[in-house]
Design a protein around this ligand. Structure first.
Ligand SMILES: Cc1cc2nc3c(=O)[nH]c(=O)nc-3n(C[C@H](O)[C@H](O)[C@H](O)COP(=O)(O)O)c2cc1C
Ligand code: SF4
Length: 678
């Protein structure tokens, strides 16, 4: 048996967990009609198969009607949930993984204009900044009703065969009772800490009464709200002891901080550029003080840190949640001694940011996650070995090369630059976004192990491609910034890429016109303002950088607000002209009838890219499919079969930004969908 601390079993009450790695609760927003159906089940089963010891399903599964989901969570208050949960639990059990579920009442952390239009409820009228709803102050009959709701939901889950449940306290109704900031009730539910915990204890007791002593019940809570007037570390420790001493709880799952604002949420769940494992020591202190089963997750993306967390005795179970979204087979790779093959989570937080915008959680660089039904997590070797030629070694080209190599084909990749990476290389030049390089580095390593031939510093033309005698050609040449969007003065501006690459040095008084709204514009503003320059970001949108999303915006704002930066929304740059040795920028508005002028030293335009597609159009007439893609097949995961030209000697596919300006996920998804059947 292995002596890896991560692979040692762990006994929690009667339950033996086969190793120390768990997936903490996270709602990927995959439910259909509020139920965990096929997509949901496939997602968890894939990870169970690969050896994760415990998967805490759902995230914030709702126990009551007046806790309507904020991001398509499971409706645990409905009886029909039992059948769906049972199927998922049974299948995960078949693969030796334990399954629990997180239950909650969101309290004020939701909205009244959802589902049944019921008022949101909390122990005070204080609203939460993120969800904006002014709550009703909770009444006695609400308390009675919600305690019953918790017990009912727990009983449903027990009927579904789960190994246990966890109550989500932090930021939700339970903690709203705990924190002086959100509880202005009188006794018996307000006032002393004991009173503020009374509701939680009554909920736990009701669950015990219904589900019995044996049923495993834990609480996920913050041991330190880390905000003025909130529950601090000392009170947090008292809460830890009170939960343990209640005899009603079997494990503690620790987080640190608060989630009522985007910056708070981002400190609690850190993203790219933030420190790894920032709250691990804190969780370890609680374990040491309570000597009670302790779980924890917060940006522990790599196996070495996870191993340290267990070996040092800071945790009993280590959560690697986003790490499992990036690589569902993480545990299997540890067991097989293939840690180098683990696809790294780069903290891009595309997964989490998407759910807050109403989408489903998708991993920026593993497009099979959440799509296990349509796109495989493991590439099947091809029956017929082919010659595959790829032009471009950005994210799309590198994924195409990796997948083609895993199919067993002979792969040639041509890249004009002296190294792979494309746009990601520019992004990762900034220290804060350096983790992005792993998207390319992991693929380069996988390709190298499988003998892919890379030809750098090679601008591939028609002959270069034909000389490889390809069966399949993939054009992944990306795009170049498109800045010609002005009525006059296009020649006077530079692109966000010019700034990021360092080709153009920032001036001292700069206008950044960003109507793409993605990372490039804000990142350029960040780089420019870091030099001490004055920066004005102008966008015609109602909010700036809409594509960057909530948690990704936080590090930008933390930099930009400290510096000399202005944000101007609903204005559009229409022209630039010379004014002495400066520039006169004219702003107009889509609402009409107004203009404004600015005198600046430099104008930067971020308006996406235009495809670099010459090679595609040169190759197109010689191909058998004339470049055509069957969208039905592409969308349903079926192989491409288009044949338009019997003279054609190869099939031709164009992917990523070489088609149109999109994002890294889209580029890699294109490559995987096409590549898996080549
Ligand atoms: C898509 C997504 C949804 C999440 N939803 C929840 C949730 O509903 N409840 C919860 O306690 N944590 C939730 N989390 C937080 C995770 O449980 C975990 O604490 C966080 O991702 C940090 O761990 P990691 O760095 O290992 O990913 C969510 C995380 C993700 C990525
Ligand atoms: S989107 Fe980013 S943070 Fe989320 S799992 Fe993928 S790599 Fe990790």
């Amino acid at each position: 048996m292995s002596n890896d601390p991560l692979l040692q079993p762990y006994r929690l009450k009667h339950l033996t967990l086969k190793n120390r790695i768990m997936i903490t609760s996270h709602e990927p927003a995959y439910p259909e009609d509020g139920m965990p159906k096929d997509r949901y089940r496939a997602y968890h089963v894939e990870r169970a198969k690969a050896g994760v010891a415990l998967t805490m399903t759902a995230g914030s599964a709702s126990v009551a009607r007046d806790s309507p989901p904020v991001f398509n969570n499971i409706l645990a208050w409905k009886d029909e949930v039992v059948g769906y949960m049972k199927q998922m639990v049974d299948e995960c059990h078949d693969h030796g993984a334990a399954v629990m579920i997180q239950l909650t009442h969101l309290g004020r952390r939701t909205r009244w204009d959802k589902a049944d239009w019921l008022p949101v409820v909390a122990p005070s009228h204080e609203r939460e900044a993120s969800h904006r709803a002014f709550p009703k102050r909770i009444e006695d009959w609400d308390i009675t009703r919600i305690i019953e709701d918790y017990a009912d939901a727990a009983e449903r889950m027990q009927a579904a065969g789960v190994d246990g449940i966890e109550l989500e306290a932090y930021g939700h109704l339970l903690e709203q009772f705990w924190s002086p900031l959100t509880n202005d009730l009188d006794a018996p539910y307000g006032g002393s800490l004991e009173n503020r915990l009374r509701f939680t204890m009554e909920v736990l007791q009701a669950i015990r009464d219904r589900c019995g002593e044996k049923f495993i019940v834990g609480v996920r809570y913050t041991g330190d709200q880390d905000m003025a007037g909130g529950m601090g570390k000392d009170e947090g420790l008292q809460v830890s002891h009170m939960l343990k001493n209640s005899g009603l709880v079997d494990f503690l799952n620790i987080v640190k901080g608060h989630i009522d604002t985007d910056p708070g949420l981002t400190d609690l769940i850190p993203i790219q550029g933030m420190r790894n494992a920032p709250h691990l020591d804190f969780a370890g202190e609680i374990r040491a003080a309570t000597n009670f089963p302790t779980f924890h997750a917060a940006k522990i993306p790599d196996v070495a840190t996870a191993r340290h967390a267990i070996a040092s005795g800071k945790l009993d179970m280590v959560g690697m949640t986003r790490a499992h979204m990036a690589d569902p087979h993480l545990v299997r790779k540890i067991i097989e001694g293939r840690e180098d093959d683990i696809r790294p989570c780069v903290g891009a937080n595309y997964c989490l940011d998407r759910i807050y915008q109403g989408g489903m959680a998708l991993c920026l660089h593993n497009p099979a996650t959440g799509r296990e039904m349509e796109v495989p997590q493991t590439i099947t070797p091809a029956d017929t070995k082919k010659r595959v030629t790829i032009v471009g070694a950005g994210p799309a080209g590198m994924e195409a090369a990796r997948v083609a190599a895993e199919r067993g084909h002979t792969v040639n990749v041509f890249e004009a630059a002296d190294q792979p990476g494309g746009q990601i290389r520019l992004t990762a030049l900034q220290e804060r976004r350096r983790e992005m390089t792993s998207i390319i580095a992991w693929r380069f390593d996988q390709c190298t192990k499988r003998g892919v031939q890379f030809h750098f510093n090679t601008f591939a033309d028609l002959d270069t491609v034909l000389e490889t005698k390809p069966d399949e050609v993939i054009v992944a040449t990306g795009g170049l910034p498109h800045t010609e969007v002005l009525e006059a003065g296009n020649e006077l501006v530079c692109s966000a890429w010019d700034i990021l690459s360092g080709d153009v040095k920032p001036s001292t008084n700069v206008l950044v016109f960003d109507d793409a709204g993605d990372h490039a514009g804000l990142q350029a503003a960040d780089v420019i303002s870091e030099t001490g320059a004055k920066v004005e970001i102008v966008t015609p949108d109602r909010s700036f950088a809409p594509e960057v999303m909530a948690m990704n915006l936080v590090p930008y704002m933390r930099n930009l607000q400290k510096r000399d930066t202005t944000f101007t929304v609903t204005w559009r740059l229409i022209a630039v002209a010379k004014e002495g040795n400066q520039l006169r920028a004219t702003l107009g508005s889509d609402y009409g009838g107004v203009t404004r002028e600015r005198i600046v030293d430099q104008v930067v335009v971020n308006h996406g890219t235009r495809p670099l597609d010459d090679i595609y159009f040169d190759l197109k007439p010689l191909s058998s499919n004339l470049g055509e893609v069957d969208y039905d097949a592409l969308s349903t995961g079926a192989p491409q079969t288009v044949m338009r030209n019997s003279e054609g000697t190869f099939r031709l596919f164009r992917i990523g930004d070489a088609v149109s300006a999109r994002n890294t996920h889209a580029a890699i998804y294109d490559a995987l969908r096409i590549g898996k059947d080549l």
